[in-house]
Design a protein around this ligand. Structure first.
Ligand SMILES: Nc1nc2c(c(=O)[nH]1)N[C@H]1C(S)=C(S)[C@@H](COP(=O)(O)O)O[C@H]1N2
Ligand SMILES: [Mo]
Length: 436
């Protein structure tokens, strides 16, 4: 860990320096052993990633000789981690500074939950400034009792907490370009974030309003100046849809839809309407601008496919990844896997470009339509390697290769690329994005 290059490397260097000089990768070793004897054996054979202790006794560092600084009302990440930032894409520059997206720096994170300040963003006309005391949310259309709620009204309802990802259907769109873009994982597939959301099951509010028998779809509309609006099938609304009020324990961030948003777990990000102002129950889809001119898949026969709502099985190795430089010996290959279809059932990892696959360990409890963390021990022998991950969800759907998926669309398509991602490790330890 001498030649650290990225934030993730620095963070891990700090952690191993602080706590694990004598017992490197203690936690990892236990998890790897439970995942399979081969992995634990590999770590022992590779001799871990520790350094031999240089001097005894340990020198006393300066901060142990002065009182520490005072505390504050709202915390910030460590100073040395300041460079862990979202990647900003502003296609219209300052003319439309609110329009565009930011991507989560997934290459610098670990675990499964995305810190709220690093949640990816997609705004079609900026973040509206909403006074929660004035905001109203309405359910109307084909209902027996049209209802209006203020934020304070909603906060009185029983709530549920669930872990789910939100992913933009444009995540991975750069992968449709003819040549692999050389950029970190966050730029290439960082429009995915995973949070604990707390709010009210939409079914509770719809039942209260009383859906008329013709009510088969609903329209959800945001109160931003894009008036983002999408049609949602009633089956989804009555299944696991919720009105999100809290994100990772605190009220929603403005960027995530404060004071309330629609959450449609596993459905393409666009349908998760932020700054939600109304839901209209209808007998058919509305065919809004956001589901006709955009968010359709361009097919090879010149037609466009609408309502590809459920997101595919996806995964990406976040470490090692582009921007890091490997030393020979032991490394943990780790990354994120997720599917709009439910839980992640397994993730296989290849280090030889898909010739052989090995089951990775899945960490922690598995939640449906949530990011799973996978890990696999690896010893890098200093020669070229092609790192890939391939996820399978509980419906048995397997993450497709580029060869399988790309020809299913026409050249101009930008949505729903969930193909297997490849990192090409060079003999000098640097890493490139490759199409394999
Ligand atoms: N009102 C409103 N809702 C919106 C959007 C928007 O621009 N306005 N963008 C959509 C898109 S395209 C995505 S991918 C998700 C992104 O959610 P996030 O910004 O919280 O990550 O919000 C969706 N909901
Ligand atoms: Mo999106």
């Amino acid at each position: 860990m001498k030649r650290t290059q990225t934030q993730a490397d620095q963070r891990s260097a700090i952690q191993s320096g602080a706590q694990s000089k004598r017992k490197p990768f203690t936690v990892g070793r236990r998890e790897l052993l439970s995942a399979g004897a081969a992995a634990g054996g590999l770590l022992a054979a590779a001799g871990g990633a520790s350094r031999v202790l240089a001097a005894e006794p340990l020198p006393v560092p300066p901060q142990m000789k002065v009182p520490g600084r005072t505390f504050s009302g709202y915390g910030q990440p460590a100073k040395a981690e300041e460079t862990v930032q979202r990647f900003l894409t502003k296609p219209y520059g300052d003319i439309g500074g609110g329009s565009g997206n930011s991507q989560t720096p997934i290459q610098a994170l670990n675990g499964t939950i995305t810190p709220s300040g690093l949640h990816f963003e997609r705004h079609h006309n900026g973040v509206p400034d909403i006074d929660p005391a004035q905001h109203r949310f309405v359910i109307h259309g084909l209902v027996k009792r049209p209802l209006a709620f203020g934020v304070a009204d909603l906060l009185r309802y029983p709530q549920v907490s669930r872990i789910h990802f939100i992913e933009c259907s444009g995540n991975g769109s750069r992968g449709f370009l003819p040549e692999p873009v050389q950029a970190p994982a966050g730029v290439l597939r960082g429009m995915i974030s995973n949070s604990e959301w707390t709010g009210i099951p939409l079914s509770v509010l719809l039942e209260e309003a009383g859906i008329e028998t013709q009510g088969k779809w609903l329209l959800a509309e945001g109160s931003d100046s894009a008036a983002m609006s999408r049609s949602v099938p009633m089956v989804k609304a009555l299944d696991d849809a919720m009105i999100g009020l809290y994100q990772n324990g605190e009220r929603l961030r403005p960027e995530q839809g404060y004071p309330m948003r629609l959450l449609l777990p596993g459905f393409e990000g666009n349908t998760n309407i932020k700054w939600l102002r109304r839901i209209q129950v209808m007998d058919s889809p509305m065919f809004t601008k956001d589901e006709t001119s955009k968010y359709t898949d361009l097919m090879p026969d010149g037609k466009a496919r609408q309502f590809t709502l459920e997101l595919g099985t996806n995964s990406i190795i976040t470490r090692p990844s582009l921007g890091m430089k490997l030393e020979k010996g032991f490394h943990e290959i780790t990354g994120m896997a997720w599917s709009g279809g439910g839980r992640i059932a397994k993730v296989d990892v290849s280090t030889d470009g898909g010739v052989t696959w090995h089951p990775a360990a899945l960490q922690g409890e598995s939640h449906p339509k949530a990011v799973a963390r996978f890990r696999m021990a690896w010893e890098w022998n200093g020669t070229e390697a092609m790192l890939q991950s391939r996820s399978t969800d509980e419906k048995g759907r397997v993450q497709p290769s580029r060869k399988m998926l790309i020809p299913q669309y026409s050249a101009g398509n930008t949505y729903h690329n969930h193909t297997i991602h490849s990192w090409h490790v060079q003999p000098d330890g640097s890493i490139r994005h490759a199409y394999a």
